[in-house]
Design a protein around this ligand. Structure first.
Ligand SMILES: Nc1ncnc2c1ncn2[C@@H]1O[C@H](COP(=O)(O)OP(=O)(O)OP(=O)(O)O)[C@@H](O)[C@H]1O
Ligand SMILES: [Mg+2]
Length: 430
């Protein structure tokens, strides 16, 4: 018995069994150990969602000053201006706003002025009640007001009352940031409520609102609708150019070990990202993915080639995320359209796509939906930005039909669809 047990353990790799700190499953058998990645010194600096420290925010000084100028009154216990910040995704809107309001609160407090700020992510607080609750709860915990606010069962009016009460007792002024304000179901009402609260006698504190959106058109319309009741300054954050992106990435160079980044890697990442639409989030993402790839391939340097691969992976990830919400039938249709485009890149008619789709659906033993349904799904797909549908024809003796163009590289779409659909993966034998 005892012998057997000994015999067993002799056959197994000792390190993995007896020394979890060297488990090869997690790459711990290598010299450097877990935190001793040969590539990264501090990978967290490049992780999406990590908010960079102040000295890493670069290339936005004029915007920082402009926003600060609008809200500076709160530092002195006076009415700040309301602000609307618009701009495409990854242009630093959330970052700059949070940075400026944090500094305003710090300065105010240094001058014995009771200022505060509340950050509301409207994506997850998308109704008036949720926004009001978030504001009340955050003020409560910031001011340590000692009020027990019920989490459930109240409406927006009650939650706003709690917020106003806390504001009255503990604050001279507050900056309320409504980020991704386009995700709210009634943003105009909420803006009206907050901007009129003092005038209406609900609170003595000054409320400054900063509303942010990456839907530029939506933001402009919103501004026009609220302008009559609240004076707002509107800023549009332009996409970063390659030089700014390079600066942003240079300030994260210490995410990597010394000498790991090959010459030209940062400028190339900046250039690629500027080419698309100057999205800093994407630039940071590509750099991290390139590091991950180098590490996985047991390389000691991040090379130009890793950036190219990372760019593709970032794009596939993005398309995959977009199509994740679509139905299994939509994936078959997208696969059919990608295949057609691999053959020749051009717009295709619904009927052409349908023929190809039908073959694919049969190949993966799926049911086949009607051509009307395929037409509907294609129209929906154009709404999420993967395809574009154009009406063609209509001349004498000509019918009208829709043509559908793939807006992304067919290889990228194909990889994304394959990664999100097992039936197609099997069909392609990958
Ligand atoms: N000026 C900058 N300096 C340093 N890093 C930046 C800068 N601007 C953006 N970043 C990086 O890009 C990320 C995305 O920026 P941010 O969240 O501010 O974008 P956004 O404009 O709010 O985009 P979205 O509309 O998608 O919410 C930040 O977390 C940060 O890592
Ligand atoms: Mg944002």
């Amino acid at each position: 018995m005892t012998d057997d047990a000994d015999g067993d353990s002799r056959d197994l790799p000792r390190d993995s069994l007896h020394d979890p700190s060297k488990d090869p499953l997690f790459g711990l058998d290598k010299e450097e150990g877990p935190l001793g990645s040969p590539i990264f010194a501090n990978r967290d600096l490049l992780v999406v969602g990590t908010v960079p420290e102040e000295d890493r925010i670069v290339g936005r000084d004029p915007e920082i000053e402009a926003v600060a100028n609008e809200i500076r009154h709160v530092v002195h216990g006076e009415q700040p201006n309301h602000v609307i910040i618009l701009g495409e995704t990854g242009t630093g809107k959330s970052l700059v706003t949070q940075h400026v309001s944090r500094r305003a609160v710090q300065s105010a407090r240094a001058l014995q002025v009771d200022a505060g700020s509340v950050y509301v992510e409207c994506k997850s607080h998308n109704t008036e009640t949720r926004v009001a609750r978030k504001i009340a709860m955050d003020l409560e915990s910031d001011a340590n007001a000692g009020i027990d606010i019920p989490r459930f069962g109240l409406g927006s009016t009650e939650y706003f009352s709690y917020a106003y009460e806390i504001l009255n007792d503990h604050y001279d002024g507050v900056i309320i940031i409504l980020d991704e304000v386009d995700k709210l179901d009634n943003s105009v009402d909420i803006l009206h409520e907050l901007s009129r609260a003092r005038e209406a006698g609900h609170t003595d504190a000054y409320i400054g609102i900063i509303a942010i959106s990456n839907q530029v058109e939506y933001g402009k319309k919103l501004n026009a609708r609220v302008e009559s009741s609240m004076r707002t300054s509107e800023f549009v954050f332009e996409p970063y150019d390659a030089r700014q992106l390079e600066l942003i990435l240079e300030h994260r160079r210490d995410a990597f070990r010394d000498e790991v980044l090959q010459d030209g890697v940062i400028p190339l990442t900046a250039e690629i990202s500027a080419d698309e639409h100057g999205d800093a989030r994407k630039a940071v993402d590509i750099l991290r993915l390139a590091g991950d790839l180098a590490e996985r391939q047991d390389e000691t340097h991040v090379k130009i080639d890793h950036i190219e691969q990372a760019k593709e992976k970032a794009e596939v990830d993005q398309v995959k995320e977009t199509i994740e919400v679509t139905t299994p039938q939509a994936k078959l249709i997208l696969y059919a359209l990608a295949k057609l485009n691999l053959h020749r890149e051009q717009p295709y008619r619904t009927s052409e796509i349908y023929d190809r789709y039908e073959l694919v659906a049969r190949d993966v033993r799926s049911n086949v939906v009607s051509d009307e349904r395929v037409y509907q799904i294609l129209k929906k797909m154009s709404l999420i930005g993967v395809t574009e549908s154009t009406r063609v024809g209509g001349g004498p003796n000509q019918g009208v039909y829709l043509e559908h163009e793939l807006l992304r590289d067919p290889d990228i779409v194909l990889s994304a669809v394959l990664r999100s659909d097992d039936r197609l993966k099997e069909l392609e034998g990958v």
